[in-house]
Ligand binder design. Structure first.
Ligand code: FES
Ligand SMILES: [Fe+2]
Length: 385
């Protein structure tokens, strides 16, 4: 990963202490895995360093492809300080900078459909590919509209999701998730249709939600009414992982019926469980026969995130009533997790928040995969310092 910004010697020394500790944690014996100490979730300088490196250098899920089904459809959001427009142009989906090239005004708000983006400040007009089409009254001989195209970010579509990367040089997405397609292709993730999207602010560090979503250890304790009945902790099983992803299976008890049919090639085993996976750094997903829920985590500060979550339904198999029930269920599940994470965040400054032992692979192996990934990222950043 390339270094994004120069780092001061003092900060480097501080960051080095995190790198050293990551190296030690990542080489702990397999039978005695340890989690990250509290300072990794609460230190302001470390967060700023992560932002410039691990976060800005990673691929982030912007949403589902069918959020912008028609030419001109767009939605906007901020990611790590960058205002972004996702827009479907005639030649495909673009990730444009939502910053006017004149004096920096935001061009678009919310979501909608448009042929052109007209800046609300001095009315410069941009095409959906970012080209400046018109800048009224700009008669200076030195002005060339061709030099005023909107900034663009790397973008690609996989599994029905839109992924973007803010870095100048994006890492190879397919290489980093190599093995994930084999794991989830039987679900046909691109054939799930969007039924719900919501955005919330949570007072937690971004890594806490990745870890929380990706471990089955807490399911029966935190979600006794909502999840325990069909995905109890005791049936959690570690799934495959790769360079930039991890997964686990939340199996349903034998006496529980599968929840709908889903894709024709889906095995009985897969129909009888939810597969949870994370595309590092910031996307966590649960896919089951008929339902796909994805959370895009957007770090705002060291202890605040914006969470955009989407729910999609396999080929619209579920009726409206069932969809409504599932949305209500996930709202409650998210509320239950959020409550725990927000309390935990307040403890990370404690001198006793030293990072505890992790449970075995079926319960917290995914947390260890994530820790190893973080350690690898920081080791490669250190090599480029
Ligand atoms: S800032 Fe956009 S036209 Fe002036
Ligand atoms: Fe949970």
């Amino acid at each position: 990963m390339s270094k994004e910004l120069a780092i001061s010697p003092l900060l480097l020394e501080h960051v080095q202490s995190f790198r050293d500790e990551l190296g030690e944690l990542a080489s702990a014996p397999a039978e005695a895995p340890q989690g990250l100490p509290g300072r990794f979730y609460a230190d302001q300088d470390f967060f700023e360093h992560e932002t410039k490196t691990v976060l800005k250098g990673g691929w982030h899920c912007a949403g589902r492809v069918d959020e912008v089904p028609n030419v001109g459809d767009y939605f906007t959001f901020n990611l790590l300080g960058e205002p972004i427009i996702i827009v479907r142009a005639p030649n495909g989906i673009n990730a444009l900078s939502n910053v006017c090239r004149h004096r920096g005004m935001r061009l678009a708000e919310g979501s909608g459909n448009t042929k052109r983006f007209v800046c609300p400040y001095h009315a410069w007009i941009y095409d959906t590919d970012g080209a400046l089409l018109r800048a009224t009254r700009m008669k200076n001989s030195g002005f060339d509209p061709k030099n005023c195209k909107l900034g663009e970010f790397h973008i690609l579509e996989r599994f029905g999701f839109i992924y973007i990367c803010l870095a100048e040089n994006a890492p190879d997405f397919d290489q980093s998730v190599s093995g994930l397609e084999t794991l989830i292709s039987e679900y046909e993730p691109e054939n799930y249709h969007l039924v719900h999207t919501a955005t919330e602010i949570w007072n937690t560090n971004w890594k806490c939600l990745v870890e929380n979503f990706m471990e089955g250890y807490h399911l029966s304790v935190v979600h006794p009414e909502t999840l325990h009945g069909y995905t109890p902790t005791g049936l959690s099983r570690k799934g495959p992982s790769g360079d930039g992803f991890t997964s686990y299976f939340a199996n349903y008890p034998e006496d529980i019926e599968s929840r709908g049919k889903g894709a024709p090639d889906l095995s009985e085993e897969s129909r009888h469980r939810s597969t949870l996976f994370s595309v590092f750094p910031c996307q966590v997903v649960s896919v089951a026969a008929t339902l796909l829920v994805s959370l895009s985590i957007r770090p705002l500060t060291v202890d605040t995130i914006e969470v955009k979550w989407t729910m999609s339904n396999y080929k619209s198999e579920l009726d409206e009533d069932t969809v409504r029930q599932r949305i209500a269920l996930w709202e409650e599940v998210n509320r239950e997790d959020r409550e725990k994470l927000e309390i935990m965040q307040q403890s990370f400054g404690s001198r006793f928040a030293n990072g505890g032992p992790l449970a075995e692979a079926d319960y917290e192996g995914t947390v260890l995969d994530f820790l190893h990934w973080i350690a690898r990222q920081h080791a490669s950043i250190a090599n480029s310092d």
